[in-house]
Design a protein around this ligand. Structure first.
Ligand SMILES: [Zn+2]
Length: 73
């Protein structure tokens, strides 16, 4: 899967969005056709994904504890 600059003039595929598509999301056959979307919608998607992926605090805390323990030895 990759995101490319949208080569052809198309409307953003997001429902209710009337902007011209700036990017296209290529899945190589996973979905019927490339998904086209504008910069605004890309940003919205990015923020939604970032929200989903934030809870990584547990692993970094674990690493920190390990480091602290090593320093005490
Ligand atoms: Zn859009």
């Amino acid at each position: 899967m990759e995101i490319n600059k949208c080569a052809h003039k198309a409307k953003c595929d997001f429902y209710g969005c009337k902007n011209l598509a700036e990017y296209s999301f290529t899945t190589k056959g996973i979905i019927k056709r490339d998904l086209c979307f504008c910069g605004e919608c890309l940003n919205g998607m990015y923020q939604a994904i970032a929200k989903m992926q934030t809870p990584k605090g547990t692993t970094s805390k674990f690493k920190l504890n390990k480091k602290l323990r090593r320093e005490n030895d």
